[in-house]
Write a protein that binds this ligand. Structure first.
Ligand SMILES: NC(=O)c1ccc[n+]([C@@H]2O[C@H](COP(=O)([O-])OP(=O)(O)OC[C@H]3O[C@@H](n4cnc5c(N)ncnc54)[C@H](OP(=O)(O)O)[C@@H]3O)[C@@H](O)[C@H]2O)c1
Length: 348
């Protein structure tokens, strides 16, 4: 674990003053930094490396961290948060998210799961707690995309709302400031917004220049739900098992490359600048100081031109990388069935 002195968190150095990072105002009035650090190490970044990145990222100005129990590193990230708090960062300067995993949707499991995340992260409360996926399906970590769970179930709204009612209790208990959704679709969100006592404050979803999801993005904004964009660079280092032949590579797109060359930055930075300027909150993952610093600097440097923004709007390929195949609940289904592409929830 990197040891850093108090000065590392308070001097500006080559980092960014957290006050200069744009913020999103949630419907509660809370202000969330418009860029966060992803913490899913997947196969390539072990927990200690991710925890070191949390400390390093905070030292260059990050204050928003996207965690989840299924990333299997919250205990190490908890130690990193302790380092930050002991070195002069106040808890209320941080924005910390965790997520309820898919095998913990049962009523009796929601509150204990959140409490476990709080314990691991060594926190009294979370800023946001999300239902990670709308499907209550267990699959083992590192499962191949062809793996299917025998007890897999489709989205059943009544069941989801039972889970949601427990999420609402977490707010009542003061353990969580906001609750939110992830990997949702418009028809599912319509029902949740109709039936929730406490409305989702955020929805986390895949968003990058080759997967812009304009309809869902606009729907959420119109309904006052902030949009958090995962895999904002196109998750270039995701495991081979999560790639399919039709997947594209946003950071190799000629439009992104042209802008990157002109600005003298890595194409990843163009993806991050576009994301923040468009109005979503990207949560790029990196354990490399040069890269996470470059992403943050990209957010506070001169904006992309209107022409660049329009050019990027024009390269959407509707290419989803995180398809969720392991959540399919019947034989011979297509992964598109998970995403309600016909505008209605795919029947059981
Ligand atoms: N809610 C959900 O279901 C869900 C699903 C997927 C992901 N997420 C969240 O979203 C986060 C980010 O998504 P992701 O990890 O899939 O993909 P990503 O952020 O699009 O891509 C991360 C990769 O890009 C590289 N990178 C980052 N900045 C770079 C730069 N400036 N120059 C060159 N390379 C750069 C990183 O390598 P280096 O480490 O070498 O820099 C890393 O391997 C996750 O960590 C997780 O927190 C949520």
């Amino acid at each position: 674990m990197i040891r850093q002195s108090r000065a590392d968190f308070t001097r500006s150095g080559d980092g960014v003053n957290p006050a200069e990072i744009p913020k999103r105002t949630l419907y509660t009035g809370a202000r969330m930094p418009a860029i966060g650090l992803g913490t899913f190490g997947s196969d390539h970044a072990p927990p200690n490396l991710v925890a070191d990145a949390v400390i390093g990222a905070a030292a260059v100005g990050y204050r928003h961290f996207d965690c989840a129990s299924v990333y299997a590193n919250e205990d190490k990230i908890g130690l990193a948060f302790q380092t930050l708090l002991k070195n002069g960062i106040q808890r209320d300067e941080l924005w910390i998210t965790s997520k309820l995993w898919n095998d913990k949707h049962a009523r009796a499991d929601v509150i204990p799961s959140c409490q476990q995340s709080l314990k691991d992260l060594q926190l009294d409360y979370l800023d946001t707690y999300l239902v990670h996926w709308p499907f209550p399906n267990y699959h083992p970590p590192k499962a191949d995309v062809t793996s299917r769970s025998t007890d897999a179930k489709p989205y059943i709204h009544e069941k989801y709302m039972e889970t949601w009612a427990e999420m609402e209790k977490l707010v009542d208990m003061g353990l969580v400031r906001h609750i939110g959704t992830s990997n949702m679709t418009i028809p599912k969100m319509e029902l949740v917004l109709r039936d929730a006592r406490i409305k989702p404050a955020v929805n986390e979803m895949e968003l990058h220049p080759h997967f812009q999801q304009p309809e869902l993005f606009n729907f959420l904004r119109v309904n006052g739900v902030e949009v958090i964009g995962f895999s904002p660079i196109g998750s270039p280092n995701r495991p081979e098992r999560d790639k399919t032949p039709e997947d594209t590579v946003p950071i190799e797109d000629p439009v992104i490359l042209e802008i990157a060359n002109r600005l003298g930055v890595h194409p990843a930075v163009v993806c991050i600048k576009w994301a923040v300027q468009r109005g979503q909150t990207p949560i790029p993952f990196s354990t490399n100081r040069r890269n996470y610093l470059a992403n943050l600097l990209g957010v506070v440097s001169a904006p992309l031109t209107e022409q660049d923004m329009q050019a990027i709007a024009g390269i959407d390929r509707n290419c989803r990388f995180i398809k969720g195949q392991v959540f399919l609940w019947k034989e011979n289904q297509d992964w598109q069935d998970l995403w309600d592409v016909n505008g209605v929830i795919t029947p059981a």
